[in-house]
Write a protein that binds this ligand. Sequence first.
Ligand code: KIV
Ligand code: ZN
Length: 518
Amino acid sequence: MSSTTDSNRVVIFDTTLRDGEQSPGASMNLDEKLRIASVLEEMGVDVIEAGFPIASNGDFEAVNEIAKVVKNSTVCGLARASHGDIERCAEAIKPAERQRIHTFLSTSPLHMKYKLQMEPDAVYDMVIDSVTHARNFVDDVEWSAEDGSRTEHDFLCRCVEAAIKAGAGTINIPDTVGYAVPDEFADLISMLFNRVPNIDKAIISVHCHNDLGLAVANSLAAVQVGARQIECTINGLGERAGNAAMEEVVMGIKTRQDRMPYSTGVATENIMKASRLVSGVTGFTVQPNKAIVGANAFAHESGIHQDGMLKHAGTYEIMTPESVGLTQSTLVMGKHSGRHAFAEKIKELGYDLGDNALNDAFLRFKDLADKKKEVFDEDLVALIDDEVVRDNDRIRLVSLEILCGTKHQPPKAEMELEIDGETLSCKSSGDGPVDAAFNGVKKLFPHQARLQLYQVHAVTHGTDAQAEVTVRLEENGRTVNGQGADTDTMVASVKAYVTALNKLLVKREKSAPAAISA
Ligand code: KIV
Ligand code: ZN
């Protein structure tokens, strides 16, 4: 990782696993969080905010496990201003080589009066107390003035000065409600640089929400007046309209060096991989025209543009697709490919499978290659995510038959599921083939979970492409996403449903106190 002492180096603080996970429906399980953390580390993110340890046992465990495996990035946990929060956070991040506690407190008149029901002087004292307490556990403490962009300047300056004096090395100014506009936000940061006497002792960070679509613009405007940490998420995931999108921030800086001569430690060639992973895990598909990572971001459809591109790529392209890791889908192999080449490919895709899982994956790859002429990288990722990393599932799909079409009304499903080692079968019907199949699952494994999302997308092009289905289920306020992939959309649908149910069962087993969010 490159040095962060260079005065033009912008620290990239990723909060996909904390603020991102707070998006309704974006909950992730431990294994998914570990995979995302590992990709973030590989891409050179400086700080990974891994979660909010006091929020639930699951959050604590995720932060703790990430702290055990991440070596190069700082692992950060979020804590409110209470001693209990801070101690739980310190415990969770303890195994990490580089640890940070991020503690926050609201400072705006609105939040202090209605949310905290505290007087400003009490808030001020609590800022000092929380930062001082956090410093008992770690050297690296970040303090955030929640709703900072709507805080009175005098009070913000007082709190920032006090937090730095108490030992915070990073001061974060959030635009919590996404209300700021770029020049105003830049003025706020400049105001702090001009008025806080000890400001040079800390790195100034910004954390912008996207309610007006200005999160990235606000973040970059702040950097131009001296902020040197940006808090952001992959694909702009986050509360409500989301946070500043990391890929946009990083590529903005990289592409416009003439106006923004700053650097980050992010290896941008990993951007697509991270985007696809986060989108796959959360079921939040990326809009086709999304900057940097949308499917059309590098597509040139109109004749005039195509003609220009053929003459000189610079005519319509300000960044290369390769710079964000977008390469032509690579043809992996066909059904004659050998086990060794397959193992190498799996490693290249970032998986570290044991012998059994590798054998299993190879057999499934052969099955897929029989059904599909060409197998691409994306197919392999879908196949492994779908089948191989699901060792502990209690419910598995054994067989499925669907009768539908104009002559079969209502559509009917016949299926076998293995539940806790026993194979059970049933027949069911429904309003459509998917409904019939899902009714069958409910018959064999009765449950109250409600379907919140059913989404299908093709992994690659062509009518023989694998369908990747996402199913989101909700039970007692807990939400899970399940994915399933297959060349048969109905099989993929039932796999996705069953995967979501399995995740819900794990959540039930680990049943934790109601989640708290920041
Ligand atoms: O948006 C916000 O203010 C936050 C803080 C906890 C940093 O997420
Ligand atoms: Zn936030």
